[in-house]
Design a protein around this ligand. Structure first.
Ligand code: ADP
Length: 332
């Protein structure tokens, strides 16, 4: 149990019913230079640096305190007192900025940075739109075109990053609405039909129109749309794409199958990593961000399932997911 406390990022100590120290963790030892012999059994408010501050020992709860560390620095903490068995008290010191785990801090940083980048980019985009090529010599027409394209790319990356961080924050709290999957897939297909037509591809839907799902329409729209646009983008001109939504025993399966170039086995494991692309050049050329399948995986996880891939170099790809029986609904 005490070993467990040692593994925590906060400083922890234990007091008896007279507020005498009976145990303290490694972080305390390092931070305050405490020795066991000189410390154990002493009242906490007589031990430096706690002797310098007002400790709210009498009651459970939270209070801020600033302490002198062995290094000479002063650091501020939240001190929390928690009653433990036989009138003992657990004292927990945590630093406000340190409360979040590193990965949580990193996620928050990405979310905040993406959010902050949106405004300057929107302003740049606004000016770019106003600069009409007609007003300028033709030498500017190509740079303006490139700048607009790059602005759109940055916009897409920021939107995708924000969507990903939204997914992480949503965690388990997925909206529980009735999702009309066949209607949603019709809509996704219509959205991407223009590009598919340009690429002379055949898009086919095979849907069980009675089969609905419990979850978030908005999230699932984004996931299905990403899978379909990928099939269109990465399948050669004249290729064929089939989207299926059907019951398979107790579960429901969504699949997007194409007869495109396929994905080598080694790359398949990495597809849902952020910014991972099998063919970087092709992805950029098609306006990809490398975040699409991470978003798909996030959405599917929030709906109790995972993205699966059947593919091989040269033999097309099938991206699919099986939704659990407890999320299935039927029309009417
Ligand atoms: P991107 O924005 O680059 O499309 P994704 O995360 O959606 O990013 O996909 C990651 C990579 O997986 C793509 O860059 C592409 O190399 C590969 N990929 C995704 N879908 C397919 C597909 N249907 N066929 C072949 N490769 C694909």
């Amino acid at each position: 149990m005490l070993d467990l406390f040692n593994a925590l990022p906060e400083m922890i100590l234990l007091l008896d019913d007279q507020f005498r120290v009976t145990w303290f963790d490694r972080l305390m030892r390092h931070s305050f230079g405490w020795k066991r012999k000189k410390t154990l059994g002493k009242p906490l408010d007589q031990l430096y640096p706690f002797s310098e501050v007002d400790l709210p020992l009498g009651r459970d709860g939270n209070a801020p305190i600033c302490l002198h560390m062995r290094s000479g620095a002063i650091r501020c903490f939240h001190v929390e007192l928690i009653s433990y068995r036989n009138k003992q008290k657990i004292v927990r010191l945590s630093e406000p900025g340190q409360q979040l785990k590193p990965e949580t801090q990193q996620r928050e940083f990405v979310a905040n940075a993406s959010h902050e980048l949106r405004t300057p980019l929107a302003i740049l985009g606004g000016y770019l739109e106003q600069i009409s090529v007609d007003d300028h010599a033709t030498v500017w027409s190509r740079p303006l075109e490139v700048m607009t394209l790059q602005k759109e790319r940055m916009q897409q990356i920021i939107d995708d990053m924000l969507q990903l961080s939204g997914l992480e924050q949503a965690g388990e709290r997925v909206r529980q609405e009735t999702v009309d999957v066949p209607e949603l897939l019709d809509e996704c297909l219509q959205t991407h039909a223009i590009l598919a037509k340009k690429r002379d591809q055949k898009l086919t839907l095979k849907l069980d129109r009675q089969l609905l799902l419990r979850g978030s329409t908005q999230m699932l729209r984004s996931a299905f749309s990403n899978l379909i646009i990928n099939a269109v983008k990465y399948t050669q001109k004249g290729g064929a794409i089939t989207v299926r939504w059907e019951q398979d025993g107790a579960v429901a399966q969504l699949s997007v199958q194409d007869n495109g170039p396929g994905i080598p086995k080694a790359a398949q494991k990495r597809l849902t990593e952020r910014f991972y692309r099998v063919d970087k050049g092709r992805s950029r050329e098609m306006g990809g961000t490398g975040l699409g399948l991470s978003i798909v995986q996030g959405v599917l996880q929030a709906h109790g399932t995972l993205l699966e891939i059947e593919s091989g170099k040269g033999s097309g790809s099938c991206f699919y997911a099986q939704f659990p029986a407890n999320l299935l609904l039927s029309r009417g």
